[in-house]
Structures are given as C-alpha cells and as structure tokens.
Design a protein. Structure first.
Length: 375
C-alpha cells in the first residue's frame, strides 16, 4: 500500500532552498558564518549565553555527558520511556543508566521516584521532555539540588515548550535539542547544546572539533575529540527554520487542537495532554488506548490504509541491548511498559492538512467500530 499520510514530513519552503543554494555556491561548506548564525539564533531565542551546534542530538547528549565529567562507575537517573539515545549517551562513557518509572499521565520521569534511586555513585538526573511535553523540572531540580546532582535536559523533542513559563532546555545544567527531519525544526541531521556553563560550552566546542581548543593551531589537539561538527548547509537550513519557528509552532498547535476536536468523545482513545505547569510544543501526536488490543487493532487498520503510525516508545530497558546488558525483564518498569503497549503515534507534522487529519480520524473511528463488532 502506498503511503497516503506519512507519520512525519519536514516543513520546507523556498527560503530554505535559497539559503542552502547560497551556501553551496559560496564554496564554504563547513565552519562558517551559518554555524555562528544558527548558534546565535538559539542563544537569542532561549536567552542563554552558550549554544554549541553539533551533528546530531545524540552527539550533543554525548558531549554533555562527557563534558560534565561523568565516567565509568557513575550512575545517572533517567527514564525508560524515551528514545534510545537518552540512555545510550550514558553507555558511550561507561556510565550506568538507573531508570525510574514514568508518570502514567505524561510519560515523563516521575520525580517522586528519584530519591529512592539515588546512591553514592549518582551524579546526575537526565530528564526527557517526552513528545514535547515538559517534565516536572521544578520537582526534578529540587531533588537534584538537595543531592548535588547535575540536571541534563534531553529537550530533543521539545523546542518551543516551557515549564512554569521557562523554556525547555534552560531548566538544567545543560539542554540538548535535535533536528532530525521529524522534529519541530530540521537541519537534515543536527543538534544543539545549550548551557549557562562556560566551561562546559568550551569543552563541547573543542570536543566536537577533534579536540581543537579555540585559538590553537589547526593540527594541535589538546583533548580527545570527535568530529561532531554541523556543516554549513545544515546550519543554513537551521537559520531559516529558526526564523520560521513561531509560525511552525503555531501550525503544530493548531494541528494538535484539530485532532483533539476530531477525536474527542471516542471512549477507547485518550488524547495527549500536558501537565498543568507545562506549555507543550507538539513533537508527535500520540494516542493512548485502553489496552494493547485496541492499540494493535487501530495500528493495523491504519497501516492497511497507508496511514503511517508507530508505537512510541518501546521501553528502553526492554530493548535487547539493555535487557541483555543489565538483566531487565518485563515488569521492571510497569508504567513505562504499559505506555509502550498502549501508545500509538499518528501522522503529525507542521503542514498536515485538515483533510489529512480528517482522514486519519475517520480511519481510527472506523477501526474502533469494527473492533467493537469483533470483540
Ligand atoms: C530525536 C531524539 C534524540 C536524538 O536525536 P538525533 O538527532 O536523532 O541523534 C534524543 N533523544 C530524544 C528523546 C529524541 O527524540
């Protein structure tokens, strides 16, 4: 079946095309003006002193983990209900992820479970703003401060979101955004580290660039570094996308509201909603069903009709890598597992049309009617 409605699609205009073409024609394809501009746009948008662009969100998380000095033997408390990168970035440095279960409503880390997971080896809490709905950062911060832990924000899904009026990404010691094509803004591949910590930013700037410290000779390497640079074509895309951000966020909010009115009143489906303190920035639109049966029934029906959908997220602790390495078995984090079993992301992107959303909603209600007949 050909794809009728994709799960995600980037929003690109003539502005992006011309910006990329200009870079292409300039001959300067790495480490130029676009990178500087893109970083500047983040500092301005978030009101933070430091922004370091990198080649992906995962690269950004890795540099933050390393830059905060986390090392083998250390533990970091994080959530099993997330995309794999928020935990694998710890494994890169031999740091042990210690999971605490998710809040059943938001899918975000449950701050009330953090204290019991703290040991003398705990160095940080890594919170993820799942699906663009901010975690309870005030509560996370409170526990972290009490125990002198760093707070790392995986804001890869949350550009434009806020908690208690403060922008996601600015609420911890460092925040990381990502620009894969399904995110709110895209650079193709790309990421951004934001922080108030000058030393951390300096480390990230050197470590993304083969360990070159600013001002040193090109072939002089002071620390172990990587090639995590963001190229100019990507950065140019990012500059244009940032200039369009208010419009992009407004359209996504509108699309979320439209799904809400189309799908309200279907008892088998519960709709995503942010916590009272949170202003979400919709990354994906994830429906929740009363049981795995309903999720799978609706998922299969949509797929048959060419409407893309995905079970977001499978719990990280049950991914083969983590299950094998740490010995997790089903039941270890029941709330996360329940979310994994009952959630379905449906098509959602900036330029989704009302007609496409109506098609999706229609297919969902038809699948449910048929499912009721069969059950
Ligand atoms: C997208 C994403 C990342 C990683 O981003 P990449 O740019 O694909 O490396 C990390 N964490 C979360 C929660 C994400 O959704």
């Amino acid at each position: 079946m050909a794809t009728l409605v994709p799960l995600a699609r980037p929003s690109l205009t003539a502005l992006e095309e011309s910006a990329v073409l200009t870079v292409l024609r300039s001959g300067r394809l790495s480490m130029g003006e676009q990178l500087t501009q893109f970083e500047h746009s983040f500092r301005t948008y978030l009101g933070l002193p430091q922004a370091v662009a990198v080649s992906s969100g995962t690269a950004g998380l890795h540099l933050v983990v390393r830059g905060l000095g986390l090392a083998p033997g250390d533990e970091v408390i994080t959530t099993p209900f997330s995309f794999i990168a928020s935990a694998s970035c710890l494994l890169f440095e031999g740091v042990k992820p210690v999971f605490v279960d998710a809040e059943p409503q938001t899918g975000n880390i449950d701050p009330r479970l953090i204290p019991a997971a703290i040991t003398p080896r705990t160095k940080a809490v890594l919170a993820v703003h799942v699906f663009g709905c901010p975690a309870d950062m005030a509560a996370v911060r409170k526990v972290a401060d009490k125990h002198h832990l760093f707070v790392i924000e995986d804001a890869c899904e949350a550009l434009g979101a806020a908690a208690c009026g403060q922008a996601a990404g600015t609420l911890g010691d460092a925040g990381v955004f990502a620009f894969y094509p399904n995110k709110q803004i895209t650079t193709g591949e790309g990421g951004m580290i934001v922080t108030r910590r000058t030393e951390l930013a300096d480390f990230c700037r050197a470590a993304r660039n083969q360990g070159r410290t600013p001002g040193c000779a090109w072939l002089e390497h002071h620390i172990l570094g990587y090639n995590y640079r963001l190229d100019e074509l990507s950065a140019a895309l990012g500059c244009v996308q940032m200039s369009r951000l208010p419009d992009i966020l407004a359209k996504r909010a509108e699309a979320a509201a439209r799904y809400e009115s189309l799908l309200a009143g279907t008892p088998e489906v519960s709709l995503p909603g942010a916590a009272p303190y949170a202003q979400p920035s919709w990354f994906v639109y994830v429906l929740r069903f009363g049981s795995r049966y309903w999720r799978d029934t609706v998922g299969a029906a949509l797929t048959r009709q060419g409407i893309e959908c995905k079970p977001y997220f499978p719990s990280i602790h049950l991914q083969p890598l983590f299950a094998q390495r740490f010995g997790y078995t089903p039941g270890a984090y029941p709330r996360s597992e329940r979310l994994s079993d009952t959630s379905l992301a449906v098509p959602f992107f900036t330029d989704i049309t009302a007609a496409e959303q109506e098609l999706v909603a229609q297919a969902i209600s038809t699948a449910i009617k048929e499912g009721r007949g069969a059950a």
